[in-house]
Design a protein around this ligand. Structure first.
Ligand SMILES: Cc1cc2nc3c(=O)[nH]c(=O)nc-3n(C[C@H](O)[C@H](O)[C@H](O)COP(=O)(O)OP(=O)(O)OC[C@H]3O[C@@H](n4cnc5c(N)ncnc54)[C@H](O)[C@@H]3O)c2cc1C
Length: 533
C-alpha cells in the first residue's frame, strides 16, 4: 500500500452489508480515512413497514419507485432474496448467527489454504460479541412444534434455540448501549412481534447500523447512501499500485447525479449479487486482470422453503423472533422455523400445494391431483384469515457442494450449472419433515409456485463467485481476501465464501472479514483508542 498521490480516502468500501461494515470499523480504528458507498437508503425504526404488503417501504425495485430494503432477483436456476440499504442484509435478515459444522472448514475447496476452524475461531467470538448475540430466550408455537418434531424423529438432543443478534432486556423498554462500553446506540427490548424480516420497528434488532457501522462513524468513517458504484479504474492504468478512481451515481433518482473519487485502496463488499455483477462488468474493461474464475463457485445453502398453514383456530405462528430455534436433522442438514409478523401475507398468492416431481408436467399434474383430492384443505389454507399468523415457514438447509456460475447476461447476470446437480428445492428429507410438522400443527404443506411449477429453488443465502485460491487459476482472492492481479484491492462479503456453510452464513462473513482486516497494518503504526470488540 504505497504511492504518493492525493487521495480523497485511504479506503473506499463498496457496500455496507456484513463484510463492508466490519471493514469500515476495523479500518477506521486503524487510523484510515474510510468511505462506505451504499446503493440503498438509511432506515430508522419508524421507516420500516408494519407488514410486507407495504411494497414501497419493503421492496427494493427503484424502477417502480419502491425504495425499501428487500430485493428479489430471478435467475434461470435460482431465485435470490437479499437486502439493500445501510446495513445491507442485516436490515431484512432473521438475526440467526450459527457457527457452521466441521465439514465447512474441512471442505476440499479451501481446506488446503488454512486450518479454517482454528484460524476463524476467535473471529467468530468477536463477531458474536459485536452483534450482541444472545440465545433466544422465548420459544413460541412454531419452535415448540419443531421441538416435538425433533423428538419424533429421534433428534431431541439436536434441537436448540437459536443464537440471535437481538436485544432482549425488557420488552419495549429502552436502555443505554448494553454492548460497547457505552459507545453504541440505545437499545430497546424485543417485543417478539416476529417482524425482524420486515425491518425492526422497535429498535431491538442489532442490525449493522447499530454496531459496526455506528462505531465506524464514531471513528471517523463516512457513509454515502443512495449511491451506486459503477466503475473502478486503476490510477495511471497500473495494477492498483497508485490507487483507484471510483465512479459513482445516485441510485434512486431518475436523473442521475454522478461523481468520481480517488482512493488508495478499494474493498468490494456488495454481497455476492452486487460484487460479482460489478466485477464481471469491470473485467471487460477497467479491471481486465481479475481472475477468469470470477462468477464461478456460486453456492446456496441448498434451501427448501415450505409453508405450513394451520387449520387450528387458536394456533398463532406470528410471535417470537423470526427464527427462534433449529434442529440439526442430520450431519449436513438443518431445519429452522421462520416467521413473519401478523398481516404480512405477501407470499400467500404465490403458494401452491407442496409436490415433488422430475419435470414441470408431472408437478402440474400432482398439483391438480392435490386440489382434487383435498379441495377443502387447499381452499382453507389459501383463504386463512391472516396468512402470516396461520403459516409457519420451514427452512431446510443442506451442505451440498453443487455450484452455479454467474456470467454477464443481457440484463445483468445469468446463471449456468458448473458442478454437480443443479440446486433444487425437491429434497425428499425436507418434504418428509414438512409433512410430519404439518401433522403436528394440523396444517397443510405448501411451497412457492416458482419452485413447484418452474422447479426454481429460492435462496436467501446466495454465496461465492469470488472464492479463495492459492493463485488466480484457482480463485479470485487469496486467503487474506486480496484480489489476484491487483494491488490494494480486497473483497469482503458473501462472494468470498469458498465452501457451503450449510447454515445461515452472515456470522461466517463477519468472521472472515474480521480476519482479513486483522491482516491490514495500522495506518501510522497506531490504533485509535479503545473501541471494543
Ligand atoms: C429474508 C432474509 C433472511 C435472512 N436471514 C438470515 C439469518 O437469519 N442469518 C444469516 O446468517 N443470514 C440471513 N440472511 C442472509 C444474509 O442477509 C446475507 O447472507 C448477508 O446479508 C450477506 O452479507 P454480505 O456482506 O455479503 O452483503 P449484503 O449484506 O448483501 O450487503 C451488500 C450491500 O452492498 C450494496 N451494494 C451492492 N452493490 C453495490 C454497488 N455497486 N454500489 C453501492 N452499494 C452496493 C447492497 O445494496 C447491499 O446493501 C437472510 C437473507 C434474507 C433476504
Amino acid at each position: 500500500m504505497g504511492g504518493v498521490q492525493n487521495y480523497d480516502y485511504d479506503f473506499i468500501i463498496i457496500g455496507s452489508g456484513f463484510g463492508g461494515s466490519v471493514s469500515a470499523l476495523r479500518l477506521a480504528q486503524k487510523g484510515y480515512k474510510v468511505l462506505v458507498i451504499e446503493k440503498g437508503k438509511w432506515f430508522n425504526a419508524e421507516d420500516f413497514p408494519k407488514s410486507n404488503w407495504n411494497l414501497r417501504r419493503w421492496l427494493w425495485a427503484p424502477l417502480m419507485k419502491f425504495h425499501g430494503f428487500f430485493k428479489v432477483t430471478l435467475f434461470r436456476h435460482v431465485t435470490t432474496l437479499s437486502g439493500v440499504g445501510v446495513g445491507g442484509g442485516s436490515l431484512v435478515y432473521a438475526n440467526t448467527l450459527p457457527i457452521p459444522k466441521k465439514t465447512f472448514f474441512e471442505s476440499e475447496t479451501w481446506a488446503h489454504l488454512a486450518d479454517w476452524e482454528k484460524e476463524l475461531s476467535s473471529f467468530y467470538q468477536t463477531a458474536l460479541k459485536m452483534m450482541g448475540t444472545q440465545r433466544n430466550p422465548v420459544l413460541k408455537t412454531g419452535d415448540l412444534a419443531l421441538k416435538q418434531l425433533a423428538e419424533e424423529i429421534g433428534q431431541a438432543d439436536q434441537y436448540e434455540p437459536t443464537d440471535v443478534a437481538v436485544y432482549f432486556g425488557e420488552p419495549d423498554v429502552t436502555v443505554a448501549d448494553p454492548y460497547h462500553g457505552g459507545e453504541g446506540p440505545d437499545r430497546t427490548g424485543c417485543t417478539f412481534c416476529a417482524g425482524c424480516m420486515v425491518g425492526c420497528r422497535f429498535n431491538a434488532k442489532n442490525s449493522l447500523d447499530k454496531n459496526y457501522l455506528y462505531l465506524a462513524q464514531k471513528q471517523g468513517a463516512t457513509i454515502k447512501a443512495e449511491t451506486e458504484v459503477y466503475d473502478v479504474l486503476p490510477i495511471n492504468g497500473e495494477n492498483g499500485k497508485a490507487g483507484y478512481r471510483v465512479k459513482w451515481r445516485s441510485s434512486m433518482k431518475i436523473v442521475k447525479k454522478k461523481g468520481e473519487l480517488a482512493a488508495q485502496n478499494i474493498i468490494f463488499a456488495g454481497g455476492a449479487l452486487g460484487t460479482i455483477k460489478l466485477l464481471l462488468k469491470l473485467k471487460k474493461k477497467s479491471l481486465p486482470h481479475i481472475s477468469d474464475r470470477i462468477g464461478m463457485g456460486i453456492r446456496t445453502n441448498s434451501e427448501s422453503l415450505i409453508g405450513i398453514t394451520t387449520f387450528d383456530k387458536d394456533t398463532v405462528f406470528s410471535e417470537g423472533v423470526a427464527i427462534g430455534s433449529i434442529v440439526h436433522t442430520g450431519n449436513d442438514s438443518h431445519l429452522e422455523p421462520v416467521r413473519y409478523p401478523a398481516g404480512s401475507g405477501f407470499w400467500r398468492p404465490l403458494m401452491s400445494p407442496l409436490v415433488h416431481g422430475q419435470n414441470a408436467f408431472i408437478r402440474i399434474l400432482k398439483v391438480i391431483a392435490d386440489y382434487l383430492r383435498h379441495p377443502v384443505d387447499n381452499l382453507r389454507a389459501y383463504f386463512v384469515s391472516d396468512w402470516a399468523k396461520k403459516t409457519q415457514i420451514l427452512m431446510f438447509m443442506q451442505t451440498i457442494n453443487s455450484t452455479l456460475r454467474f456470467s454477464k447476461g443481457l440484463f445483468g447476470m445469468k446463471t449456468s450449472i458448473t458442478k454437480g446437480e443443479r440446486p433444487t428445492s425437491f429434497i425428499p428429507e425436507a418434504k418428509i419433515l414438512a409433512n410430519k410438522y404439518a401433522k403436528i400443527v394440523n396444517g397443510k404443506a405448501t411451497a412457492l409456485i416458482t419452485e413447484t411449477l418452474l422447479g426454481i429453488p429460492t435462496t436467501a443465502h446466495i454465496l461465492g463467485g469470488a472464492t479463495m485460491g492459492k493463485d488466480e487459476s484457482e480463485g479470485v482472492i487469496d486467503k487474506n481476501n486480496r484480489v489476484f492481479g491487483y494491488e490494494n484491492m480486497f473483497i469482503c462479503d458473501g462472494s468470498t465464501l469458498s465452501a457451503n456453510p450449510g447454515v445461515n452464513p452472515s456470522l461466517t462473513i463477519l468472521a472472515l472479514s474480521e480476519r482479513a482486516m486483522s491482516k491490514i497494518p495500522e495506518k501510522n503504526g497506531k490504533l485509535k483508542p479503545a473501541m471494543t470488540n
